[in-house]
Design a protein. Structure first.
Length: 144
């Protein structure tokens, strides 16, 4: 074997090894990007679920508040027709507390739903764009 053949074989091996390294690193990069996207989507879906649960709680509070409010109006009607004792004030206080709790839960639910929607992995997409720009750039060391 001549020096030129040996040099060509060594160069071919180096190129093959470099290509294998690039392939492995690209594969690792893709797996990491997919994992990042999964984490982002999971986080946003969790916020949406929490918002939905708090929204359901808000609905329940409002339904019970309406029940107490209607019950209080019933007692008020009774009181106006037969003014012996003022039982209705207890019902109105409970209804007011339930309405306040419902309003607070609704506000929290609206914020959670607004912050979690839509469940798009924005960080993974930005990172993938940066990687594509770096790979396509003629000067990858200058890309940030």
């Amino acid at each position: 074997m001549t020096d030129q053949q040996q040099s060509t074989d060594t160069t071919t091996q180096n190129i093959a090894q470099a290509m294998q390294e690039v392939s492995e690193r690209a594969s690792l990069l893709v797996r990491e990007e997919i994992e990042l996207a999964k984490v982002e989507v999971t986080e946003k879906v969790t916020k949406l679920i929490k918002g939905a649960v708090v929204g359901i709680a808000a609905g329940i509070f409002v339904v019970f508040a309406l029940i107490y409010l209607l019950h209080g109006f019933a007692w008020l009607t009774w009181y106006e027709l037969f003014p012996d004792e003022q039982f209705f004030w207890g019902f109105f206080v409970v209804a007011a507390v339930l309405l306040l709790l419902g309003a607070l839960a609704g506000y929290i639910a609206a914020r959670a739903l607004k912050s979690g929607s839509p469940p798009v992995p924005a960080m993974a997409i930005d990172e993938a764009k940066r990687i594509r720009e770096t790979v396509q750039s003629s000067h990858p060391e200058q890309t940030v």
